[in-house]
Design a protein around this ligand. Structure first.
Ligand code: ADP
Ligand code: MG
Length: 402
């Protein structure tokens, strides 16, 4: 990891442009925008507090929703500034304009340790176009740049990438640093056995990740809907389970690749199947009878079965590194959450380095109250997958070398 860290920056009295990911879920209640999950804001606090304590004048940049390059107050960041004030325990200034004289004037009045949030950078179409003039206008508001928006680091936008060329120094924030430490550092020379748990809705979303990890992993444990595409590819009955019919060749290619590389690629040996997707459904086990038993006709597999849970838990117990992406069943509905929960408990208890990536997997782990028992839960969905695939993230590439 050769990128400059915010910890090495001299920030006292400097105007620091800090890009964060404040793209939080909200809900309208009595005509007021309420934040329903402030995790992303909380994740930015270590870097913010570090800069405030160091006497920086912090100018925070963020995007929110998809205003499509125009001012749309439905996507104003003003409520986020208020919430941030509460979390930080100090008042946060807000600039209703992103660039120009309004923020310039407000920033000129800032004292060391003050924090100001700029309005939604995506109110300008130039942001997503990574337009150099706009990147320069943002850069002119500060002296130094810090990127802590890991969740947006796979996008080459003006505030995540272009801006870095217009400032003296561009550093990674503490969250960005932690994401890279786990998703890049820990996974480059993983302690073995290295077990990868993969689930979620589609094989096609995760092909790049599977292929990249095939070079490193000892064992794959497969679940979720993606398992049934592998079933179908091998002629195992899938009933009404979700299958990507156009990915069967790809599934066979992956199975062959695992075999040729001596990587263990485990599929569920049993499943829970149902005829009704609901919170009151009572799924039944497909059972195991001398090998894998497929899904019954007219039934849909919605979770891994108890035998598979036991098998996977044993694998996890002896792992030294575990990477998990994708829930193993429709965990959002309690009758189909047991497999994901039980595997999550085994991961938490494994004593291995445990890394959870992917939005829904992290939601599941949090829902089970196990997030604190994992080594690391990534805040980036798409960004974490791209990093694991070995892709260069524009938001990281743009940063100064250490
Ligand atoms: P992540 O966000 O962790 O990368 P994905 O987005 O790939 O995960 O997949 C998450 C979704 O997969 C969840 O909404 C879950 O309900 C769904 N899922 C898991 N198992 C199944 C299944 N057997 N059938 C249908 N959907 C499933
Ligand atoms: Mg998802």
């Amino acid at each position: 990891m050769a990128k400059l860290s915010v910890r090495s920056l001299a920030v006292k009295g400097q105007r620091v442009l800090l890009r964060v990911d404040f793209n939080v879920p909200t809900e309208e209640r009595d005509g007021k925008t309420c934040i329903t999950d402030d995790t992303r804001i909380r994740e930015s606090l270590p870097t913010l507090k570090h800069l405030v304590a160091g006497g920086a004048r912090v100018v925070v940049m963020a995007h929110f929703g998809r205003p499509k390059g125009a001012v749309n107050l439905k996507y104003t960041l003003r409520p986020v500034a208020e919430h941030l004030s509460t979390l930080l325990g100090k008042s946060v200034l807000f600039s209703p304009e992103v660039v120009g004289d309004v923020p310039r004037g407000l920033i000129a009045g800032m004292q060391d340790g003050d924090v100001l949030l700029l309005e939604n950078v995506r109110f300008h179409a130039e942001e997503e176009l990574n337009e150099a003039g706009f990147a320069g206008a943002l850069a002119s508001l500060g002296d130094l740049y810090v990127n802590d928006a890991f969740g947006a680091a796979h996008r080459a936008h003006a505030s995540t990438a272009g801006i870095a060329a217009h400032v003296g120094k561009a550093a990674m924030g503490l969250l960005m640093e932690k994401e890279l430490q786990y998703l890049q550092g820990e996974l480059s020379e993983p302690a073995r056995p290295f077990v990868v748990i993969l689930g979620g809705s589609k094989v096609s979303d995760k092909i790049g990740v599977i292929k990249a990890l095939m070079e490193k992993a000892n064992t794959f444990l497969i679940g979720g809907a993606m398992a049934y595409t592998f079933f179908k590819a091998q002629g195992i009955p899938t009933g009404n389970s979700r299958v990507e019919a156009d990915k069967l060749d790809l599934a066979r290619e992956i199975l062959a690749l695992a075999e040729s590389k001596g990587v263990r690629f485990l599929l569920p040996v049993d499943n829970l199947e149902t005829q009704e997707i609901s919170a009151t459904a009572q799924p039944r086990s497909t059972g195991v009878h001398g090998g894998v038993k497929g899904v019954s006709e007219g039934w849909e597999a919605v979770d891994i079965g108890p035998e598979t849970v036991a098998l996977y838990r044993t694998e996890i117990a002896s792992a030294k590194t575990v990477l998990w992406n994708g829930p193993l069943g429709i965990f959002e509905l309690p009758p189909f959450a047991a497999g994901t929960r039980s595997v999550a408990e085994a991961v938490a208890a494994s004593g291995a380095v445990t890394i959870i990536g992917g939005g829904d997997s992290v939601t599941a782990v949090k829902q089970f109250g196990l997030a604190d028992r994992m080594s690391f839960c990534s805040t980036g969905g798409g960004a974490s997958l791209e990093l694991i695939e070995g892709k260069v993230l524009p938001g990281v590439a743009a940063l100064s070398e250490a």
